[in-house]
Ligand binder design. Structure first.
Ligand code: ATR
Length: 265
């Protein structure tokens, strides 16, 4: 029986086990996927268990997507460019770190038929997942990417890898066609993001990476002034699909049943 894990802290909210176990069952695989809340010191030990083949693979989530990197022997180009790893496994005696958030976001945007090419993007937040969103936007041909983060230094350090990134202070806005919330603001229902929704205008796409709650204040405020809104559920499903494909060499199906399965929580 192969064992897979998602590790993070906190991890209770994670729907990854539900999703992966659904696909494991659907494809009649002898495997199990569990969640594990760990402290940072434990990461090294978990990677050793992958080396010893006690664990076949892990997903890494907040706040370890970066701190796991020193324990890995090889990073895929996407993981390297984003300095962010969410999928780990052993191949030819090497412990590989990959990043499926980039393709997850690209697929999710494609799913709603939004074309990023030549569009202006505003990214809110400079935490663990922000570099994946920036890389995806760059690769999809955004004409301009502006980033706003409460802690200015973190935004500036992102510019080392993405030198075309424009920075604005937290709370400020710019003209944009797509506005993406990558911060953790919204996980609590009362969380507000203080931006000028009227200034951004209408008929834009507001994308929140948060999918639980399904509608954050960021999205409901945007909706009030006639914007298109999407939560992070489809991105979450696509990043999981790619991880599944890497580990099992099968591309699992995404259908209405599966999408509904995640709604029941
Ligand atoms: P990490 O920063 O450890 O990678 P994360 O959950 O990936 O954690 O990122 C949290 C993001 O949400 C950051 O952009 C953070 O802003 P700071 O860099 O200033 O910390 C943002 N964030 C969290 N709480 C916030 C708040 N109350 N106001 C504004 N931004 C907040």
């Amino acid at each position: 029986m192969k064992k897979f894990l998602v590790v993070g802290n906190p991890i209770n909210h994670s729907l990854s086990p539900k999703l992966h176990n659904y696909w494991i069952h659907q494809n009649k695989l002898k495997a199990v996927y569990e969640k594990k809340q760990v402290e940072e010191e434990k990461i090294k030990e978990i990677i050793r268990e992958i080396k010893e083949e006690k664990i076949s693979g892990i997903n890494v989530t907040v706040p370890f997507k970066q701190s796991v990197i020193p324990f890995l022997s090889f990073l895929t180009p996407v993981a390297k460019k984003t300095n962010s790893v969410n999928t780990v496994y052993k191949k030819e005696n090497q412990i590989i770190g990959d990043n499926t958030d980039v393709i997850g976001f690209k697929s999710a945007v494609k799913f709603i038929n939004f074309d990023v090419k030549y569009k202006k993007a505003l990214v809110l937040g400079a935490g663990g997942v922000a570099p994946s969103i920036i890389l995806a936007l760059e690769e999809m041909g955004a004409s301009e990417i502006t980033l706003s983060n409460r802690t200015q230094e973190k935004a500036e350090s992102l510019r080392k890898n993405f030198n075309k990134l424009k920075l604005i202070s937290w709370g400020k806005t710019v003209e944009a066609d797509i506005i993406i919330n990558t911060t953790s603001l919204g996980l609590n229902r009362e969380d507000k993001i203080k931006i000028d929704y009227n200034k951004i205008g209408s008929n834009k796409l507001f994308y929140d990476l948060i999918y639980n709650p399904t509608q954050t204040k960021f999205l409901s405020e945007a909706k009030k002034v006639n914007n298109q809104t999407e939560n992070g559920k489809i991105m979450f499903i696509y990043q999981a699909q790619q991880a599944f494909k890497i580990w099992h060499n099968i591309e699992p199906k995404i259908d209405d049943n599966l999408i509904k399965l995640l709604d029941n929580d």
